[in-house]
Structure formats: structure tokens, C-alpha cells
Write a protein that binds this ligand. Structure first.
Ligand code: AMP
Ligand code: GLY
Length: 429
């Protein structure tokens, strides 16, 4: 079958790399892709948020299956647009429609959804500019730190954790009245702070049945020891040692199953990935957020552990046949380390020549922000490359990832050297 994958990051290179290995995959197109996806498929010059361009590509390339990587086209209603095209009725798609993508697209919606279905999450109240005064006096009664969240999509930047009441008040004003995150902060959630280790759990669901993918831990801060500002993610480890059978059973019964039942009860169809951003609060999983897609860089650690044919699973998802599907997962550990541009997550330069890409054996290299040029492969984003090492333990997988990165360089390249270190002592001997 002809497959169109939407997106251009490390997540998409990992998905494309895995889909290419399937005997079901005839042509693989990536829109717009990067220099890495061009190795395993054909990039199309269509942006991920260009819904008309994607529909045109589906016709022109006779696409059978569309797989959506990032959230923006999902929240914008790509599925709904495709379903309205009479000549594209045969098209299979992995990724929810606009109603399901609200799990990610509106934190106010997802918070109320969790409350309606008794899914454990932090307590929160939502305020708009019209009730700013009420919001400010509500903050006086909140325990510190206080979490403020923009309701809409804010490219991972919409959460601010305030250490004082004064900071919370001025931030709430900035978000609601000064439109700090534009339309995304027209509504703001004031949320209770939860303390614990975070992990990301993923399912592929057809709305009724699901397969559980490997879980992962993401490293969000730019600096080692989790210092400095948040990024899209600087590395990932899968499996997560504390996510043992007992913990994952709680995740299943308290979170995954009630979420799917909740979607059914509210007549929200859902065929695609659900990413549960969880936090382990004294052994009990609570939901920090839902995403309607896979995580990045978690995907670069999760996908290499899947032994089953990914395209078979995606087709079963898109057709609503997942109840007959099984997934086989490697017990090996995968450690992914992101190499980023100097300055990221603030301003950074693009267009730096990357050297050593072919001298990095022993690990998988997934491109994130890269592009081809006459001179070679150039940096083209904040997050540039993900190296995934695999091994029987975290330390061996770490070594493989770091050895690969040692061979690669570009001006002002940076990566965290401590990915997975915090888990070494938790890992069972
Ligand atoms: P989100 O965009 O919702 O994933 O939030 C970004 C990050 O903010 C999360 O990964 C957490 O580290 C942090 N965060 C969000 N909500 C909370 C909360 N209620 N308590 C503690 N940390 C939070
Ligand atoms: N790594 C977190 C995310 O993809 O949102």
C-alpha cells in the first residue's frame, strides 16, 4: 500500500524507518519530512499544516494510508477534511478527528473529560479574561507552587509553574489579558502541583480495543540534572524501571480503560495514538496531559523496541480491527539522546554542516531538524538528531547512544550527558 506520513521530526523518521520494514509498504511518502526520512521514503514539499496540500497529495500519490505524526493537523481537523472528500472514501487514517484531538487541543476539555470519568488528575479551575478578578483572588487560596496552563496548543510552552503568589498573579494576567500565548491562553487552567516522576504511556486504539506500546521517560529540561528551561524533549529511556506490572495495571484500570470508555460514552470516535503524560505520585499514576499523537523523542526509543509489523498494526487501527491484534515488544532497553543546536530552546542558528553521520555505528540515528544541501546535510531546527542506543541494560544502551554522538559534530552542537542516569539506581539488578 501507499503510505503518507505527516510531519518532519525525529518521531517521523523513527515511524518512517519502522514502516519501511513492513512488507505491506509499497511507497512511503513523508510530508514534509527531513534529510533522514528521505533515506527511507520520498519527501513531499507539503507542510504538516497544509490540509489542502495533504488532500492533493493523497489524490496524486494514490495514498491508501495516512499516518499523522504531529498534533497541529489533527487539531485543525485533517481527518474531518479527508472524510468530506467523496473520492477519498477508501482512505485509511491513523489519527483522531477534531473531536478526539480535543484531548490534546483543549486542556480545559481534557480536564473536564477526566473529571467526568473519574480519571486521576490534578485539581484545576479554568478562568477567562472576563473572570480575571475571580481568578486572581482564587490564586490567593492556592498552595505553592501553582501550575498555570494555557488551554490551547502552545508548542509545549503553555505551562508555567509559579513559585510565588505574586508570580502566579502577574502570569495569569499576562496569559489572559496580554495574550501571552495568543488565542491558546484565552482560557487558563489554574492547577494543583503534583510531585513525582513523570512517564509517557502510549496506546494505539481504534476507539474500542487498544494495543499498549512500550512506555518511556522523557527528559524535558535543557540542562543536566533537569536544570533550565523546558524543551520539546532532550532524551528518552524505554522501558521505565518503576513502571512495573503492578504500576502498569493501575495505569490500565484507572486511566487507559476509563479514557476509552469515556470516549465511547461521549460518542467521540478515536482511531490513532493516545499519549498519556503521567506522573507517579507515591505509586499512583495521575494524568498530567493527554496528547493525540506519539511523543518526540519518546518515539525514537519506543519504536525500536516494537518487533511486530507496525504497518499491520496501523492498518488494523484504521480499520477498527485492533481486537485481533497483538504486539511483540523487545525486552531490551533503548536510550535516546537528542543533539540540539546551540541556544535551543531559545534562538539558535540553522544551516550548520553536520559531519560524521556515516561514522556513527552501533546506534540508530534519527534525524529531527535536518535538510539536504549541495554541501551535505545541514541543521534545520532546534532539535537536530536523535541517537538511540539499545542494550540489555540502561548503561549499555546509554554507551551505544553516546558513542554514536561522539562521532557526530556541527558548530555549537549540544546534548545532555545524563540521559538515563537517574534510572540506573532504580533498574533491577
Ligand atoms: P504539559 O504541557 O501539560 O505536558 O506540561 C508540561 C510540563 O509541566 C509537564 O511535563 C510537567 O513537568 C509540568 N506539569 C504540568 N502540569 C503539572 C502539574 N499539575 N504538577 C506538576 N507539574 C506539572
Ligand atoms: N516529548 C513530549 C512530547 O512529545 O510532547
Amino acid at each position: 500500500m501507499n503510505i503518507l506520513l505527516i510531519g518532519s521530526g525525529g518521531r517521523e523518521h523513527a515511524l518512517a524507518w519502522k514502516m519501511r520494514q513492513s512488507s505491506l509498504c509499497t511507497q512511503l511518502y513523508i510530508a514534509p519530512g527531513n534529510a533522514g526520512t528521505a533515506i527511507v521514503g520520498e519527501n513531499l514539499p507539503v507542510k504538516a499544516d497544509d490540509l489542502a496540500g495533504i488532500i492533493h497529495a493523497c489524490r496524486e500519490k494514490k495514498i491508501d494510508l495516512v499516518v499523522v505524526g504531529p498534533e497541529v493537523p489533527l487539531v485543525a481537523g485533517l481527518r474531518d477534511h479527508l472524510e468530506r472528500q467523496p473520492d477519498l472514501g477508501h482512505l485509511l487514517m491513523v489519527g483522531p478527528g477534531q473531536s478526539g484531538a480535543r484531548l490534546e487541543g483543549s486542556k480545559d476539555f481534557s480536564k473536564h473529560f477526566m473529571e467526568r470519568h473519574n480519571i486521576p488528575t490534578a485539581k484545576a479551575r479554568t478562568f477567562t479574561e472576563a473572570d480575571l478578578a475571580e481568578g486572581l483572588s482564587y490564586l490567593d487560596h492556592c498552595l505553592l507552587p501553582i501550575v498555570l496552563k494555557a488551554d490551547g496548543l502552545a508548542a509545549g510552552k503553555g505551562v508555567i509553574i509559579c513559585q510565588t503568589h505574586e508570580e502566579a498573579k502577574s502570569t495569569l494576567k499576562d496569559m489572559l489579558s496580554n495574550h501571552l500565548f495568543g488565542e491558546a491562553s484565552a482560557r487558563v487552567l489554574v492547577e494543583e502541583f503534583l510531585s513525582g516522576i513523570e512517564l509517557s504511556v502510549f496506546v494505539l486504539t481504534d476507539g474500542e480495543s487498544y494495543v499498549l506500546l512500550p512506555e518511556a521517560k522523557d527528559y524535558k529540561r535543557i540542562g543536566e540534572m533537569d536544570q533550565g528551561p523546558n524543551t520539546g524533549g532532550m532524551g528518552a529511556v524505554s522501558p521505565v524501571p518503576f513502571a512495573d506490572v503492578a504500576f502498569m495495571e493501575k495505569v490500565r484500570s484507572r486511566i487507559i480503560v476509563p479514557t476509552l470508555k469515556g470516549l465511547q460514552a461521549e460518542s467521540i470516535p478515536y482511531r490513532g495514538f493516545i499519549f498519556f503524560g503521567l506522573i507517579n505520585v507515591n505509586g499512583n499514576p495521575m494524568v498530567i496531559e493527554y496528547n493525540a499523537r506519539m511523543g518526540d523523542p519518546e518515539t525514537e526509543a519506543v519504536i525500536p523496541r516494537i518487533k511486530s509489523d507496525l504497518v499491520e498494526l496501523l492498518v488494523a487501527c484504521a480499520k477498527g480491527n485492533l481486537k485481533d491484534s497483538h504486539i511483540e515488544i523487545s525486552p531490551e532497553t533503548a536510550v535516546t539522546v537528542m543533539m540540539v543546536s546551540g541556544g535551543y530552546p531559545g534562538d539558535y542558528a540553522k544551516g550548520k554542516l553536520i559531519s560524521g553521520l556515516s561514522d556513527a555505528p552501533g546506534a540508530l540515528l534519527f534525524h529531527a531538524g535536518t535538510r539536504h544541501a549541495a554541501a551535505g546535510i545541514l541543521t534545520d531546527g532546534g532539535r537536530v538528531l536523535a541517537a538511540t542506543g539499545q542494550g540489555s541494560r540502561i548503561d549499555t544502551a546509554r554507551q551505544a547512544a553516546y558513542q554514536a554522538l561522539a562521532a557526530i559534530s556541527f558548530e555549537q552542537a549540544y546534548f545532555r550527558r545524563d540521559i538515563g542516569v537517574d534510572l540506573l539506581s532504580v533498574e533491577k539488578s
